[in-house]
Design a protein around this ligand. Structure first.
Ligand SMILES: [Zn+2]
Length: 269
């Protein structure tokens, strides 16, 4: 399979990062892994193991926290566990993590086959070498999603809560109303830098998270208004999201703007 791969690493405001990119037939995806204070936050994808594993091995990692179970974040967790490093994740999908991962073929093409690993459940706080952390439950993108706040530095790691301001596609299992609640929850905390697992260190992190909240609230309002006017979910989708993306075809509809509309209507019932 002709997958183009790229990797770079560096340091930003005291946080070491590895950033891997995969590109296939016009679809390009990237993912970050972060290391700070002996703590690794997300491990990159298994398809990029030749890039991520030497990078991770060279870091002084004592513990791993995964922001959620998705294979682009957990792809090298088994590798780190083999080195005797403990892995932590929110408790809801612990059992699934310990089994062979079940996800569609196109995701295996991009992200590889995530190996099983045994994780321990996260509590609401966490300690690394010199810092205490808040673990903030932020479901919506995934049911086990958390954000991590380093209380010493004020640095916030948001996993896939942000990714971009103007979300136009989501996974079938995502919920826009739940994402809005999670954004609102995170915004009640005091924080400075925001590190996103696909966007890197965000410029003006708080503003970016607020902009996303605003955008999604507007989208929710528009969807409900069109629904009241009698439009079907498909018609609302066509009205709000006329542009179609290759990933929708690629994923056989697992990524689709339609899921934005249905998750909003489902919540309003
Ligand atoms: Zn994800």
């Amino acid at each position: 399979m002709l997958l183009k791969k790229h990797f770079e690493q560096g340091e930003l405001n005291g946080v070491i990062y590895g950033n891997g990119t995969v590109a296939f037939q016009g679809v390009q995806l990237n993912v970050y892994s972060y290391v700070v204070d002996g703590l690794c936050i997300d491990t990159g994808a298994h398809s990029l193991r030749k890039q991520f594993q030497p990078f991770l091995q060279a870091q002084p990692i004592e513990q791993v926290v995964l922001t959620h179970h998705h294979e682009d974040h957990s792809g090298n967790a088994a590798f780190l566990q083999q080195q005797g490093i403990p892995i932590y994740i929110e408790k809801t999908l612990l059992k699934e993590c310990a089994e062979k991962a079940a996800y569609p073929f196109y995701r295996k093409v991009f992200w590889g086959a995530r190996k099983a690993f045994d994780a321990q459940p996260l509590a609401s706080t966490f300690s690394s070498k010199t810092a205490d952390w808040d673990i903030i439950q932020t479901p919506g993108h995934a049911i086990d999603h958390v954000a991590l706040l380093n209380k010493e530095t004020g640095q916030l790691f948001t996993g896939d809560l942000y990714v971009m301001t103007k979300t136009r596609l989501i996974l079938r299992n995502e919920s826009i109303p739940t994402i809005i609640q999670s954004l609102q929850k995170v915004l009640t905390y005091d924080f400075a830098d925001v590190f996103c697992c696909h966007g890197g260190l965000l410029k003006n992190g708080r503003k970016a998270l607020q902009a996303k909240e605003d955008y999604l609230l507007t989208l929710q309002e528009k969807t409900l208004t069109l629904h009241k006017q009698g439009l079907t979910p498909a018609e609302i989708n066509q009205t709000l999201f006329s542009k179609k993306y290759p990933i929708t075809r690629f994923s056989r509809g697992e990524w689709d703007s339609q899921h934005i509309v249905t998750s909003i209507l489902k919540d309003a019932k």
